[in-house]
Design a protein around this ligand. Structure first.
Ligand code: SF4
Length: 436
C-alpha cells in the first residue's frame, strides 16, 4: 500500500481518524480493505466541518457527528479529499477535481458540467486551493462519476498520484513561461515525491511578481525582488535562489528533507520548526506581490466572481476555457454571460460558509443573512456558522460568528474573534445595519 492511511480492526489510521464508523478501509486501492466492497466510495473525514464525514445511514450520521463535530468546537482535519476519496456532507458525497495547472478547456468544462448534473446535484463549489467540488453525489453514482472523470483525464488512474497532485499555480500563467514550465515538470515527477501529510501542497508562483503569497501551500517557488526565482519553505520569510531548470529538483529535495526530518509530526511546513538545511536556507526576499485580478476584464478574457464560491453546473456547458483561482473567482479565456463581472457587486465582498443546516457544526444560518446584509456593509463581510471560519482565514471588516444559535459581532477580525456585541439574532443584525 502506498500509504498507511486507513484503520482496520482498531489499527490507527494514518489520517488520525479514530471514528468507529469510518468506512475508509473499503478503498479499492487499500490492501487492508475487506474484499467485496470494491466499487464503494471511500468515505473519509473532511478537513472542513461543512463536509463532516456523515455516514449515509442515520445511525452512522449520529456517530459521525458525535465523534467529529463534538461538543467542544469545530473539528480540524489534516488532509484533503479527492475524487478517489470522496467525503460525505449533508447533501451527499463531495467529489473534488484538481485541474492540472488550474485550467480546464471548454470541452473539459462541458463534460464536467454534464457529469455534475448526471451524478451530483448540479452544484459545483470552488475551493480555496483552486479546485472544484461536485456536490450531492449519491453512493451509487460515485463510481460512474469517477469513471467518467478518469475517461476525461481529469483524475489520475493512480490514486496515490492523484492524492499527491496538490499544486497551486499562479492562474495567469502563459504557455512556456516559468510558472507553466515548472508546474509541468513537477506534474511529470510526482512519482518522485515522498509520502507527505495529506494537506501539504506546492505553490508555483513564478510570474512577474507573486500572486499567491497568502494562499495555502508548503513548498514554494516565487519570483524574487532581483527578478530570479527562489525556493521558500512556508513559514520562513525568505528563500534561497534557485537556478533556472533546477526548481523541481529543489522542491523535491525540500519535500524529502521534510519527511526525513520528521516533519510529518508537525503536519505542515509552517509548523515544522527544525532548522532548514543549509542549501535551503537563504535571505532572499520575494518580490512585492502583484494585485489580484478583480471581476471584470483581465489580460486573457473576463474574470468572474462566484458568490460563496458556488456555480450552477449548467453555466459550464457552454463556457470558454477557464482558470481557477483560490479567490472564488474564475478567469475565463473569453466571455461567460450570466456570471458576475462587476467588482462593485456587494456579494463579491462577502464570505459565508454553508452554515446551518448544511453543516453539522453550525448553529446559525449564514448565506441568506449574508445576502441581506451585503448591500449595507462597508468593506468585507464574513458570516461564519462557527468559530472555525472555513470560508476565510483572513480578517474582515465585519465578522459574524455563530455560537449557540446566535451571532457574535466583531470588526476587523477573524471568525471566532472576541466580539464587540455578542448574542445577536438575525433580526438584531438586520436592524443594526439598516437592512430592514
Ligand atoms: S465555519 Fe461554517 S462550514 Fe466551517 S465548521 Fe463552522 S459552520 Fe461549518
Amino acid at each position: 500500500m502506498a500509504r498507511s492511511l486507513f484503520r482496520l480492526g482498531g489499527e490507527a489510521c494514518g489520517w488520525g481518524c479514530t471514528a468507529a464508523w469510518c468506512r475508509a478501509p473499503v478503498a479499492p486501492a487499500c490492501h487492508l480493505a475487506p474484499t467485496g466492497d470494491a466499487g464503494k466510495p471511500r468515505l473519509v473525514a473532511s478537513r472542513r466541518a461543512e463536509d463532516l464525514p456523515v455516514s449515509q445511514t442515520g445511525a452512522g450520521r449520529d456517530r459521525a457527528t458525535a465523534n467529529h463535530a463534538g461538543a467542544h468546537g469545530p473539528a480540524v482535519r489534516g488532509w484533503c479529499p479527492d475524487a478517489w476519496r470522496p467525503m460525505a456532507a449533508g447533501d451527499g458525497l463531495i467529489v473534488r477535481v484538481k485541474p492540472r495547472l488550474g485550467r480546464l478547456s471548454a470541452d473539459d468544462l462541458a463534460a464536467l458540467g454534464e457529469a455534475a448534473i448526471a451524478h451530483g446535484n448540479g452544484l459545483i463549489d470552488m475551493t480555496r486551493r483552486a479546485n472544484l467540488q461536485i456536490r450531492g453525489v449519491r453512493d451509487d453514482s460515485w463510481r460512474p462519476l469517477l469513471d467518467r472523470l478518469l475517461d476525461l483525464g481529469l483524475v489520475d488512474h493512480d490514486a496515490r498520484r492523484e492524492g499527491a497532485r496538490m499544486m497551486m499555480v499562479a492562474p495567469d500563467w502563459r504557455e512556456g513561461d516559468d510558472s507553466h514550465r515548472i508546474a509541468r515538470q513537477l506534474l511529470d515527477r510526482l512519482d518522485e515525491l515522498p509520502d507527505l501529510p495529506g494537506k501539504m501542497g506546492f505553490v508555483i508562483d513564478a510570474g512577474a511578481a507573486p500572486l499567491l503569497p497568502g494562499e495555502a501551500g508548503d513548498f514554494r517557488i516565487e519570483r524574487a525582488r532581483d527578478g530570479g526565482l527562489i525556493l521558500r519553505a512556508e513559514g520562513r520569510a525568505q528563500g534561497v535562489p534557485v537556478d533556472s531548470g533546477r526548481e523541481v529538483d529543489a522542491l523535491l529535495a525540500l519535500a524529502r528533507w521534510f519527511v526525513e526530518s520528521d516533519g510529518a509530526r508537525a503536519g505542515r511546513m509552517a509548523r515544522h520548526d527544525a532548522p532548514l538545511p543549509d542549501w535551503a536556507t537563504g535571505t532572499t526576499e520575494a518580490a512585492a506581490p502583484r494585485p489580484r485580478p478583480v471581476p471584470g476584464a483581465w489580460d486573457g478574457g473576463m474574470a468572474y466572481g462566484l458568490p460563496f464560491g458556488r456555480i450552477d453546473a449548467r453555466h459550464l456547458l457552454d463556457a470558454p476555457a477557464m482558470r481557477l483561482t483560490p479567490w472564488r473567482m474564475l478567469l475565463a479565456e473569453g466571455q461567460l454571460p450570466g456570471l458576475c463581472a462587476d467588482a462593485a457587486d456587494p456579494l463579491i465582498h462577502v464570505e459565508a460558509c454553508p452554515g446551518a443546516p448544511a453543516c453539522p457544526q453550525a448553529s446559525v444560518e449564514t448565506r441568506d443573512l449574508a445576502r441581506q446584509l451585503a448591500p449595507h456593509v462597508a468593506g468585507r463581510l464574513h458570516v461564519s456558522g462557527c468559530a472555525k471560519g472555513c470560508a476565510s482565514s483572513m480578517p474582515a471588516d465585519v465578522v459574524l460568528t455563530g455560537r449557540d444559535g446566535r451571532y457574535d459581532l466583531a470588526f476587523h477580525a477573524r471568525a471566532g474573534s472576541a466580539p464587540v456585541r455578542p448574542d445577536l439574532t438575525a433580526t438584531d443584525l438586520l436592524a443594526h445595519f439598516g437592512a430592514c
